[in-house]
Design a protein around this ligand. Structure first.
Ligand SMILES: [Zn+2]
Length: 344
């Protein structure tokens, strides 16, 4: 039996789909509103006996793998890995299907995050980073660990040297976004993108690291406050929400997602026990991000600092969706709201 067949034999498509949104029984099948197209009456059907899904609205359909690929935005090898984990099927490391380039880059980012975290906890040079997190932002040590925050020291090659030791190639470091090619050496040599920065790992909905956001500790005006990995094979800006991997369960339970601007705001909120919060990471919310959230809830609330950010959201939000925009300005608690938030 191939690993894919074994995974299929151990998992029930009904359970897997139900982890993303509720299914209702419909005769011999189960149904829901289709996550892949806009609709009011459910035409997304799942068959327990055949272990397949099909949408009579948009015509999409397939098996457990194609569902997870579409739902999570994964390629087959990554969907196989995710479902194999769920099914308790061990994949051999040398299995060619899981040695995709994406997988390799994810492993590289994972190694980088482990490295930066160790620097934060162990190295003297990270003292100001730690005091920023603990004293200024009042984060608990367990929060810092849970969000896997780290520190990139003020060095041009600390990470690169570490990754070389682990067997990664310079080309891979550049492709993953953690290193930048040196301009003056005609395509040879690279340096660390993140220097003297607090590291916020950016994860996909499954919790795999796909990108990095780094906040500077320098007070220099010329230094960008945040530096992110550029768009890579793994990371498409505007298709990720910071913290969604940690917030998704609570978003589903509360049937409400609260979107804040800053990564640190999301972390602080989770620390106080409000866990249905994600961050747009300071950029304007995109349609893809709204779609991502709609897998878990139809109700969105925006908690932004100023009216300016809120007004830019209006064109994105559809009238048949429930949303509200909460302004932190004391004069108005809610500036926009299109319907009563339908909380379960
Ligand atoms: Zn559909």
């Amino acid at each position: 039996m191939s690993p894919a067949e074994e995974v299929k034999s151990r998992l029930d498509i009904i359970d897997v789909v139900s982890e993303y949104f509720p299914l209702k029984p419909a005769g011999a099948n189960w149904r829901a509103r289709c996550p892949f197209h806009e609709e009011r009456t459910p035409s997304f059907m799942v068959s327990k006996s055949k272990q397949i899904w099909h949408c009579f609205g948009c015509g999409e359909g397939g098996d457990i793998f194609s569902f997870v690929m579409k739902q999570e935005g994964l390629e087959f090898p990554d969907a196989l890995r995710l479902l194999a984990d769920k099914a308790g099927v061990r994949l051999k490391a040398e299995d060619p299907t899981i040695r995709s380039e994406r997988q390799r880059l994810m492993a590289l980012l994972e190694a980088a995050v482990v490295f930066w975290s160790e620097v934060l906890w162990r190295e003297v040079s990270a003292k100001s980073a730690m005091s920023y997190l603990v004293e200024e932002r009042k984060l608990k040590p367990e929060t810092i660990r849970a969000w896997r925050l780290g520190y990139a020291s003020d060095s041009w090659e600390a990470l690169i040297n570490h990754l070389v030791k682990l067997g990664y190639k310079e080309e891979e470091m550049i492709k993953s976004g953690v290193a930048i090619r040196k301009m003056e050496t005609r395509g040879r040599g690279a340096y660390d993108r993140f220097r003297n920065r607090i590291i916020f790992p950016i994860a996909n909905t499954s919790g795999q690291i796909i990108g990095i956001s780094g906040r500077t500790l320098s007070s220099s005006e010329t230094e960008a406050k945040y530096v992110n990995t550029p768009e890579t094979l793994l990371y498409y800006k505007g298709q990720v929400l910071y913290g969604l991997d940690k917030a998704k369960t609570s978003v589903k339970q509360q049937n409400l997602a609260i979107i804040v601007e800053g990564n640190m705001d999301a972390i602080a909120s989770h620390e106080t026990g409000v866990a249905n919060v994600v961050a747009s990471s300071g950029t304007a919310l995109t349609q893809d991000q709204v779609r991502l959230l709609k897998r878990f809830t139809d109700n969105l609330a925006f908690a932004f600092d100023a009216d300016a950010a809120g007004s830019g959201l209006k064109p994105l939000l559809k009238p048949n969706q429930c949303w509200s925009i909460i302004s932190a300005e004391p004069s108005r608690s809610t500036i926009l709201r299109n319907c009563r938030t339908n909380r379960r």
